[in-house]
Design a protein around this ligand. Structure first.
Ligand code: SF4
Ligand code: SF4
Length: 121
């Protein structure tokens, strides 16, 4: 899940429902923003991809805009570079930011891009 740069006032939502089921539409991987990586996540993703952590960082990440962390690089159309026609290519090592949307955090209007939004209601 990518964080829209104009929507950085995020809501941390302890939603009570467990009914939400991601439909893997990939829409949240296509909006402009950053996919921040937590400590340990580059190593897990690199292992999944079968490359060294250094190679993953050099080839697949950039500095976050605040320059204190790493983000997965995006394509020219703003989609995440880990998104392919079958969905997230690092599904088994997906960053926390992606796994946490939209139950642990979201932003005003997130329902408009999420194919599974109705299942949360
Ligand atoms: S890492 Fe995977 S789930 Fe996260 S934004 Fe990229 S393609 Fe989507
Ligand atoms: S927009 Fe919603 S349904 Fe689509 S991949 Fe993201 S969380 Fe899943």
């Amino acid at each position: 899940m990518r964080v829209h740069p104009t929507r950085l006032t995020l809501r941390l939502l302890p939603m009570t429902t467990t009914d939400f089921s991601c439909e893997r539409c990939g829409n949240c991987c296509r909006i402009p923003g950053e996919v921040r990586l937590l400590d340990g996540e580059p190593e897990k993703i690199a292992a999944l991809l079968g490359i060294s952590t250094d190679a993953f960082i050099q080839s697949h990440t950039r500095l976050t805009r605040d320059r204190i962390g790493l983000s997965i690089i995006e394509r020219k159309d703003h989609s995440c570079s880990m998104l392919d026609s079958d969905g997230c290519r690092i599904e088994e090592a997906k960053p926390y930011q992606c796994r946490a949307f939209p139950l642990d955090w979201n932003y005003d209007g997130w329902e408009a891009i999420c194919a599974a939004a109705e299942s949360e209601l």
